[in-house]
Structure formats: structure tokens, C-alpha cells
Design a binder for this molecule. Structure first.
Ligand SMILES: C[S@@+](CC[C@H](N)C(=O)[O-])C[C@H]1O[C@@H](n2cnc3c(N)ncnc32)[C@H](O)[C@@H]1O
Length: 337
């Protein structure tokens, strides 16, 4: 394993692929939006690893003055982020952010909300309190789902025990056409310098016990027509557009998952295994994709298909880079390389 990882590393160095810096799931190549920050230590942790933050937009619900007052390390963290070139925004409500002046034209590869919580409003087991938290998360998903770049992901880190599981964030995400891509155990040591905060009440600056928690990763599950997501305003030009006769057909980004459904299902089901019939199965799945494109655009399907293939290739390359990085990480943990 170590040898394979070393070869990958050499190859990446030779080919200049190693320029991106990674902090667990996040890369310096991603456009990243952070929502509901406490003392901004998570954003600052990413910035330190990347050695830059011009790909980061870090936001808080609280005003600048309140953030500084609430958290003793906030000013220092904000200064680090500013020095590294991050865009810093305050008074950003996660449930309305798609309309924010500085955000409404932006799209991101990763939108992150760590430990969403509407505040200490009573017993966490009380259904009314749970509903407040669920409304916050639902509103966040509604907005974030409209702010993703092709292949982008929404990440929520959340406790997986007690009343927190009953928020059922997967269900909330699905209401905004977001599908669970994966759920990975959260380990705070992956983000040196990050201090999780209660964020509300007289002990805002205190940490809360993390216990068992995970990062839930969601991707858009939107199907062929953009109008399928009622929460998004799609006035901007779609990325992939073809003209069929006098009708304009849209095969947007995100359609890739629908068109090549079997391809993605296969990739997930054979993860970590080998497939003797790989070249055959990939070809036949791409064929199914073409049949589906023909159903949407029977006049001139080729153009749409080629565009979707390009998108698939882009996603595969990113997936490969992610897996290579993950492999190196595993080696790092196992062998201390
Ligand atoms: C438990 S704290 C977590 C803070 C920080 N993310 C962390 O991991 O330390 C919950 C955070 O959600 C923020 N929050 C609550 N409602 C919000 C909303 N509508 N929009 C954005 N942030 C919100 C609070 O200001 C607080 O910072």
C-alpha cells in the first residue's frame, strides 16, 4: 500500500497534480462557503492548511461586533482569514442566504454548516424545540441547493445520537432535491485549531460535548428539467443548452446523475472491488445514458450527450483525485508516512 501511495505521489508531482492542498474533505481548489460559523476557527483551520483563503467565503449569523464580543478568539481568527484573502460576511441568515447581495450570483463546490442549531430554546427533546432546529436546517438546504456548482456538495456535521437523530436531516435534504452521497464520522483532530462552540446564551464561547457525530454529504439529485426545484430562481443561462427545432431543451448540470444513473450506482456498489467486465459494463451504461438523452431531446441528442460526457469525465477526474488523496491519507495514518 505504501509503495502504491508513493508512486501516486510521484506521479502527481511529475504531472503537477499536487498543487491542491487538502484538509480532510476540502481542497484549496474548491470554492467553499461556510455558514453559521461560531468563532471562525473552522474556516481559519482550512485557511492554514491551504496556505490561502481566496477560495473561502466564511459567514456568521451574528454581526461583526457581536462575534467579537461573544468569542475571545474570533478577532484573531478573522484576522488570519482576512490575511489569507477570505471573503468575510456577517449577518448572513442560512435560511435566506441565496438572496444575500454578496452571494446571490455565487456558486460553490462545498457549502458547509457545522453543527446547525437554532439556539438554546428549551429541552432538546421537546418536539417544539426540535421543530425550530429542523426549520433552520430545512431553510439552509433550500438555499444551499440553489448555490451549488456542478458536482458540488452540501456538508452538514451533526450529532448522531439522542434527540439530534430525530431531526432526520436526510429527509429535510430530500425536500430540496439533495441526496445523501455519504456520511463520514467526524473527528475534530482533522481540523487543527477548530473549536466547536455552543454559539448561544451566556456560554456561547464554550464548546459542547461532541460525542458521536458525522459529516453528512449531499449532492443535487435534480432530474432533467430545472424547474423541478421550486426553491431556485433559474433566471441565469443553464450551463448545457441545446436547441431542438423551435423548442429550447435543457439538459443541465446535475442531469448527469439521472442520465448515467446505472454508471453511478455501479461505481458505488463495486467500490473497493474489481469488476472483470468493467469495460463492457461501462460501455453498456453509457449506452443507456444515450437512450435517455434521446428521450429528452429526440431531434439533436448528440450535442447534449457529448456535453454530459464531458461533465461525467470532469466528475470522474475529481473523484479520482479525491480517491488518490484518500489513499495517501490512509497510508499516512497507517504507516505515518
Ligand atoms: C452550535 S453553534 C455552531 C457554531 C459553529 N458552526 C461551530 O461549529 O462551532 C450553531 C451556530 O448556528 C448559528 N445559526 C443559528 N441560526 C442561524 C441562521 N438562521 N443562519 C445562520 N446561522 C445560524 C449560530 O449563530 C451558531 O453560530
Amino acid at each position: 500500500m505504501a509503495e502504491i501511495a508513493w508512486k501516486y505521489e510521484q506521479k502527481m508531482l511529475i504531472n503537477g497534480w499536487n498543487q491542491a492542498k487538502w484538509a480532510k474533505h476540502y481542497s484549496s481548489d474548491h470554492q467553499i462557503l461556510l455558514v453559521g460559523e461560531g468563532d471562525f476557527s473552522f474556516s481559519a483551520s482550512l485557511a492554514r492548511v491551504f496556505g490561502s483563503a481566496d477560495n473561502i467565503v466564511a459567514t456568521s449569523l451574528d454581526s461583526y461586533d457581536l462575534v467579537i464580543k461573544k468569542y475571545k478568539m474570533a478577532q484573531a481568527n478573522l484576522q488570519i482569514l482576512y490575511n489569507y484573502g477570505a471573503q468575510l460576511l456577517h449577518e448572513v441568515d442560512a435560511t435566506r442566504m441565496k438572496l444575500h447581495t454578496d452571494l446571490h450570483l455565487r456558486k460553490f463546490d462545498r457549502i458547509i454548516y457545522n453543527f446547525p442549531h437554532a439556539g438554546f430554546l428549551g429541552n432538546e427533546n421537546d418536539q417544539r424545540v426540535i421543530n425550530k432546529h429542523r426549520n433552520l436546517v430545512r431553510g439552509f438546504f433550500e438555499n444551499a441547493s440553489c448555490m451549488l456548482r456542478p458536482g458540488g456538495e452540501v456538508h452538514v456535521t451533526h450529532k448522531t445520537t439522542g434527540p439530534f437523530v430525530t431531526w432526520n436531516i436526510e429527509d429535510l435534504a430530500s425536500k430540496s432535491s439533495l441526496a445523501l452521497l455519504g456520511c463520514v464520522e467526524f473527528n475534530i483532530t482533522d481540523y487543527p485549531g477548530y473549536n466547536n462552540k455552543r454559539g448561544d446564551g451566556s456560554r456561547s464561547d464554550h464548546p459542547f460535548p461532541l460525542g458521536k457525530c458525522s459529516t453528512y454529504k449531499f449532492i443535487s439529485s435534480l432530474t432533467s428539467k430545472k424547474s423541478n426545484n421550486p426553491h431556485c430562481n433559474y433566471q441565469q443561462s443553464p450551463r448545457i443548452l441545446s436547441n431542438s427545432g423551435n423548442r429550447v431543451m435543457y439538459l443541465s448540470s446535475g442531469d448527469c446523475f439521472t442520465i448515467f444513473k446505472e454508471y453511478f450506482d455501479e461505481a458505488v456498489s463495486m467500490f473497493g472491488e474489481t469488476d472483470d467486465h468493467l469495460s463492457y459494463s461501462v460501455r453498456s451504461m453509457l449506452g443507456m445514458g444515450f437512450e435517455r438523452v434521446k428521450m429528452v431531446n429526440h431531434v439533436n441528442p448528440l450535442n447534449d450527450y457529448v456535453n454530459l460526457l464531458k461533465e461525467l469525465r470532469y466528475m470522474s477526474k475529481r473523484r479520482t483525485a479525491y480517491l488518490q488523496n484518500h489513499l495517501l491519507e490512509l497510508d499516512h495514518h497507517r504507516y505515518g508516512l
